[in-house]
Design a protein around this ligand. Structure first.
Ligand code: ADP
Ligand code: ASP
Ligand code: MG
Length: 403
């Protein structure tokens, strides 16, 4: 069988850990499997490189950023390949370009357009284990190296699994599966045996970084058999991310997610006339800013209040874009001392009283809710950041996720 294995930053965080990964691969290899492994940069490496760049500029050229950031995963891929060769296995490293990953030219956040699998297929048929540097590709347009957004090695793995029609795609990290919430925040969190693509997509998009959201979206689209598990305890079975119909009885609430990387933009006293929202959100979209929650309410005096959230990393771009709208409102403020807590579950579609429970939990702990938004399978609340962990634990308890 063909296995695509992905090893995240902590899994390759030290030379010793890289050796541990080599042992995991060797075991599968000895059992006769074909293997394509995707690796991240050693933990902390990508952040360090970003800091280096910011030392020179707050708005570094994005083509140069991709050149810089893609180096981290290349280092690990070569080291792992060297370690495997030393174990007597035949391995070869590949950059994103060598693996045939062709992307758009949205530097630092490129999308995969095509995967030319011929190099990888040749290597596999020559009995090689392939170690691909994750998180990167090559732009179809300018032939420069691109990166796929933070956490993008997950996407590399899923995309390769889809393109190669792998039997399984296993994402190895530092926890042994998907939990009802981040086990580092709530030690009572329970591991899920299975979770649906849609729920996982919501959790990931709402802040659970255990899987990158775009990778889950692609796994659903390509129907990839996706498993989340630990490289520290590879003997423990992980969590299967699968189609909703493969899960016998889905709980009403499957998990709680926390996102601390959001800023709340508040526009107060906006003149209430048609076209304002369109103009603002078109301008933000044109600046490639991913707006999340949007709430507008009408006041008594023919003005409205408009609130929305954007990722913290986009704060400077957002402020620049909003300058054009300063005359349309009395005041625009930016609050980064907030966070978003969300409750996710496909069972919500068919149950009542789910939302009121969340608000009861917040009331019990005296946590004020700034913004609420709901969709078919999620409820999100913006609250003060200082209550982040308390809110997660209260919600976990009220929905009895520890049971
Ligand atoms: P990697 O470097 O391997 O890609 P990440 O740090 O990106 O790993 O993701 C793993 C982390 O995700 C875990 O250490 C855990 O703290 C966090 N996490 C957040 N939500 C969850 C969840 N629901 N289940 C498991 N882990 C979670
Ligand atoms: N090294 C990249 C990051 O830290 C990609 C990844 O680890 O998936 O975001
Ligand atoms: Mg990750």
């Amino acid at each position: 069988m063909l296995r695509v294995l992905k090893f995240g930053g902590t899994s390759v965080g030290t030379l010793e850990r890289i050796n541990g990964v080599a042992q995991i691969i060797k075991k599968f290899r000895d059992a006769g499997d074909d293997i394509v492994a995707v690796v991240s940069a050693m933990s902390g490496e990508t952040n360090k490189l970003i800091e280096y760049a910011n030392n020179f500029s707050q708005t570094p050229n994005e083509i140069e950023m991709d050149m810089l950031l893609s180096s981290g995963e290349r280092v690990t891929s070569a080291l792992l390949s060297i370690a495997l060769n030393e174990l007597g296995l035949q391995a070869t490293s590949m950059s994103g370009r060598e693996a045939g990953i062709v992307t758009t030219s949205q530097h630092t956040n490129a999308r995969i357009e095509d995967i030319n699998t011929s190099n990888m297929k040749d290597a596999i048929s020559n009995g090689k284990i392939i170690i691909v540097a994750g998180f990167q590709g090559v732009s179809a347009n300018n032939a420069r190296v691109t990166t796929l957004g933070r956490g993008g090695s997950d996407l590399t793995a899923v995309a390769l699994a889809g393109a190669l029609k792998a039997d399984i795609c296993e994402i190895y990290t530092d926890v042994d599966g998907i939990y009802t919430t981040d086990p580092r925040i709530e030690p009572k969190a329970k591991k899920l045996e299975k979770i649906s693509y849609d729920e996982m997509l919501e959790l990931a998009s709402l802040g659970a970084k255990v899987l990158q959201n775009r990778s889950v979206e692609m796994a659903k689209k390509l129907n990839v058999n996706l498993v989340s598990r630990s490289s520290f305890t590879p003997e423990v079975e992980g969590t299967l991310i699968t189609k909703e119909e493969n899960i016998m009885e889905a709980p009403v609430v499957s998990g709680i997610a926390l996102d601390r990387n959001q800023i709340r933009v508040g526009m107060y006293g906006v003149i209430d006339k048609p076209g304002i929202a369109s103009a603002i959100f078109t301008a933000l979209a044109d600046a490639d800013i991913n707006v999340d929650m949007i709430v507008q309410t009408r006041g008594l005096d023919n003005t409205t209040n408009l609130d929305f959230t954007v990722p913290t990393v986009d704060i400077e771009k957002t402020k620049t874009t909003m300058i054009a709208f300063e005359d349309d409102s009395e005041k625009i403020d930016y609050n980064d001392a907030i966070c978003k807590v969300s409750i996710v579950g496909v069972g919500m579609k068919s149950h009542t009283g789910v939302a009121s429970k969340a608000f009861t939990a917040m009331a019990k702990d005296n946590i004020n809710i700034n913004i609420i938004s709901t969709s078919e399978i999620k409820i999100s609340m913006i609250i003060d950041e200082k209550y982040a962990e308390l809110a997660v634990r209260s919600l976990h308890e009220i929905y009895e996720l520890d049971k």
